[in-house]
Ligand binder design. Sequence first.
Ligand SMILES: Nc1ncnc2c1ncn2[C@@H]1O[C@H](COP(=O)(O)OP(=O)(O)OP(=O)(O)O)[C@@H](O)[C@H]1O
Length: 205
Amino acid sequence: MQITLRQVGKRFNHHWIFRKVDAVLQSNAPVAITGANGSGKSTLLQVIGGAVEKSEGSISWQLNGETVPDEQQYPLLSFCTPYLELIEELTLLEMLQFHGRFKPWLPGLDANSIIALMGLEAATQKQIRAFSSGMKQRVKLAQSILSAAPVLLLDEPTSNLDTKGIEMYHQWMQQYTHDKLVLIASNDEQEISFCQQRISMAEYK
Ligand SMILES: Nc1ncnc2c1ncn2[C@@H]1O[C@H](COP(=O)(O)OP(=O)(O)OP(=O)(O)O)[C@@H](O)[C@H]1O
């Protein structure tokens, strides 16, 4: 999997958030987007994921050497962001079963084994609305990292996690993302410590 950015820019009204971003993102080479608060990390992640329209430049997705048309990119993508909402009315088990129906899990995983991986067995039949922020973050990470999608976009992945949750994140990134293209927006060095390549938003003002 490869995503190529050429001279990508985004503006809101007359204000440019970033301009002329060039980057080549590939599987097995996790990349971090770094920068100050408000520098545009989340916006760049959303532009790459197609959730926000770019204002200039081009973004091309290639799978096995073939260009992926825009409308076929979404099924290849899994996303974990602070603004992603879980379905609060569902229990944890219902939520994971529902998610698995339209986005398959990685081979060998199912709703019950994922609940065990998250350490949330006691909350299997609990509605998501009753979850703490850290429990919700574990579910969001599971939905994104453990889905069989080749592109993984993470925005502040360890926010609200306790020490065990942060260990879980690192373990999952090591174990389950080998073949994925991984892009992480973060200012927290411990959550991007394994990323060799960095995109620093300060360079694109
Ligand atoms: N929908 C929008 N309309 C107008 N401005 C926006 C919109 N979304 C984001 N912005 C602006 O774009 C800039 C970049 O925001 P963004 O959330 O991408 O930054 P960030 O680097 O992820 O910040 P943080 O580290 O605080 O999460 C900010 O000035 C923000 O106010």
